[in-house]
Design a protein around this ligand. Structure first.
Ligand code: GLN
Length: 682
């Protein structure tokens, strides 16, 4: 890893870092990051809190022995040796959680944002229940739940996310997955297409393969895709057709179950989908359209016929009577189809299933490989193209994720390699999509860069959930500032072509122009000015011209003098310029330092903790010799201040202008921080 040089000033801090050096680096830093109140032990509940913050849950199947071991530990305070053996029981998962390396590293922030989205959308009562299947007309329309499961098994739940509801068309995703897995894509393609239909979900039109179908020329029409009813009835017809419908339903429940985290030993705590017989029967009773579709599929010859010879007629002795033959392959396919539409799951179950697809076919919790990678790769494009009925195209354009809705009010979304999402709210729009579900999906893509065709960094108003917030902030400005301060025009050109904002400032509103001026990088200053970058004041009211003046870069001073701008003078407060000065640490991962300072600026203690667990020294300084303690003090972030001090941050570090953290707290009038820091000085 990165090399660090930890120099600590006073006896007390020295002992903290000396002690840290005696521990194995990886586990030692994780342990150290969790120590509080200057103790060399970790508090049990603190450890749990950190894990829950990261999105792991107490009933996580993977963490059973870890939690058992933790609970068995006799005292509340855990020493390093015990800590090490306890976290080893949780394997890499625990370490990754504590280092902020899970799929969504800032899960706390992510959860807060989803809570906001939930609260914003809750008042929306528009839309109607699906009435054509009677039991669906009786559900409580107010229900609203969101569940998210990441590929690392972090779980977010809100509202009615543990309530069973009818999955209806959402079964089509899992169904198609199983059929492709079992029969292979080539065979499945002969029965069902992979083309958008543009039609409503229960349209009777099949995709025309040849020159139109007729009784003279069958076998030339297959359903457009497996996400519309025709295609789903077809794929259902392909699942173990020789078995009884009961056996088939049982098999499908088991496979769906595996996708959502059920395991055969039933130790994962997740159940198989529940069969709602009344729902299936009621749909069957009036489901003429689906029944017609089934026979249409038979007529085109693509549901395997059950008998090749006409069975004996039991009425040979009667002149006008004969047995009316109804092809059981069709009725059975329909029966199984109605049954699997009636299956019930919770939003959390379905989010887990979506996460299994996001995770390339391995359930994040049970680690069961349910589907092969190639199955998933073949299934997702079809879901993306056709999962949202006749608004699939528009939905993909706007939301950009493979998604499937059901008339039971559920919508599942798959963010490949990252997470599965399920929203449940029963009121539907005119095409049959959950109104609130769509709104949530919309808000999520407005907040997060998850649309499959989102670029990565240019839109700084949106967040990449794969990156910790402070890292995200750091990357939106840090790279340009470092490049400017190092005179690296090439990198700035590249950032310009990526449409990065070269005027963006850091936590102190220090911009590339400030740093280029301070470091005498004339070419950079010219480049920035030529590209329309304006000089703006920093936290202290200082313009880049002051940086150039302070450091004697006259050529740059002249460049700024030519501009028509009124420059104010910066106001810094340095109470005792000749006072004690502590050294700060150097750390060669510059972006990580910016990240730490952003976390301190935001009073984001979990964020600082994760960085400490990743071995950054708390007192590392940036291009202006600012440290995390300067930022936390200037912002009045008392918790962050305390955390930093307890983790060995020296008090008298001085920034470019000679100010200590206490000076900064005084200048910004942060009373609680002034009080706390002054008490330490005595
Ligand atoms: N079982 C329902 C049907 O076949 C499923 C429809 C849906 O959810 N879009 O009509």
């Amino acid at each position: 890893m990165t090399s660090t040089e930890k120099k600590a000033p006073s006896k007390k801090e020295e002992s903290v870092f000396d002690w840290l050096k005696t521990l194995p680096p990886r586990e030692g830093n994780i342990f150290f990051s969790l120590c509080e109140g200057g103790k060399k032990t970790v508090n049990k509940s603190k450890l749990k809190e950190a894990l829950f913050d990261s999105g792991l849950q107490i009933n996580d199947f993977r963490l059973r022995s870890f939690f058992e071991k933790l609970d068995r530990h006799r005292s509340n305070d855990i020493e390093f040796e015990d800590f090490n053996s306890i976290i080893k029981a949780g394997g890499l998962l625990i370490e990754k959680a504590l280092r902020g390396e899970l799929a969504v590293p800032d899960f706390r922030d992510f959860s807060i944002n989803l809570d906001k989205i939930y609260d914003e959308i809750r008042p929306n009562r528009s839309g109607d229940l699906a009435k054509y299947i009677p039991p669906l007309a009786e559900v409580d329309p107010e229900q609203f739940g969101i569940a998210v499961v990441t590929t690392d098994g972090q779980i977010y739940q809100r509202g009615d996310s543990d309530v069973d509801f009818s999955i209806q068309s959402m079964c089509k995703v899992f169904n198609y997955s199983i059929v492709v897995e079992n029969l292979g894509l080539d065979k499945v393609n002969r029965h069902v297409g992979a083309e958008p239909s543009g039609r409503q979900f229960d349209d009777l039109t099949l995709m025309v393969k040849g020159m139109g179908g007729s009784s003279l020329n069958p076998n030339n029409q297959i359903p457009f895709n497996p996400m519309v009813n025709a295609g789903a009835i077809m794929t259902t017809g392909l699942i173990n057709p020789k078995n009884s419908t009961g056996q088939r339903l049982d098999y499908i429940r088991e496979q769906f179950g595996r996708i959502v985290g059920w395991n055969a030993m039933e130790t994962s705590g997740i159940k198989r989908p529940r069969f709602n017989k009344n729902m299936a029967r009621q749909e069957n009773f009036k489901g003429y359209n689906n029944i017609a579709t089934g026979f249409l599929l038979m007529a085109t010859g693509n549901i395997p016929h059950s008998d090749s010879l006409l069975p004996e007629d039991a009425h040979e002795d009667k002149e006008y009577e004969y047995d009316f033959y109804i092809e059981p392959a069709v009725t059975n396919a329909l029966k199984v189809y109605f049954s699997i539409c009636s299956l019930e799951m919770t939003a959390k179950d379905i989010a887990m299933g979506a996460a299994t697809l996001a995770n390339g076919g391995v359930c994040p919790i049970t680690q069961d490989r349910v589907l092969s990678q190639s199955t998933v790769r073949n299934v997702l494009p079809v879901v993306q193209m056709a999962g949202m009925y006749n608004s699939s195209g528009k939905f993909f354009q706007e939301i950009g994720l493979p998604s499937k809705s059901g008339v039971g009010g559920g919508i599942l979304l798959i963010v490949p390699q990252l997470m599965g999402i399920c929203i449940f709210s029963p009121r539907l729009d005119s095409v049959g999509n959950s109104v609130r579900g769509l709104e949530v999906a919309r808000k999520i893509t407005q907040k997060y860069l998850v649309h499959l065709f989102d670029g990565t960094m240019t839109d700084t108003n949106r967040i990449d959930p794969k990156v910790p917030i402070s890292k995200w902030r750091a990357s939106s400005c840090g790279e340009a500032i470092w490049a400017a301060s190092n005179g690296d025009v090439r990198s700035l050109e590249r950032l310009t072509s990526q449409q990065r904002d070269l005027q963006a400032g850091d936590y102190d509103i220090r911009t590339p122009l400030h740093l280029a001026s301070a470091e005498g990088q004339t070419e950079v200053v010219k480049y920035l000015l030529n590209n329309g970058v304006q000089p703006i004041p920093d936290r202290w009211g200082g313009y880049p011209i002051s940086d150039a003046k302070d450091n004697g870069h006259n050529e740059i001073v002249e460049l700024f003098t030519k501009l028509d701008v009124n420059y104010s003078e910066p106001v810094h407060l340095v109470e005792d310029p000749d006072g004690e000065t502590d050294e700060m640490a150097t750390f060669d991962n510059e972006m990580m330092v910016i990240e730490l300072l952003f976390a301190a600026f935001e009073n984001d203690v979990p964020g600082i903790r994760q960085l400490v667990a990743r071995s950054i020294p708390v007192h590392a300084g940036d291009y202006d010799l600012r440290t995390a303690l300067h930022l936390a003090s200037a912002e009045g972030s008392l918790q962050a201040v305390k955390y930093l001090i307890e983790h060995g941050h020296p008090l008298n570090v001085r920034d470019r202008w000679g100010a200590t953290p206490l000076d900064e707290a005084k200048r910004e009038k942060r009373d609680s921080v002034i009080k706390y820091l002054s008490s330490l000085k005595k």
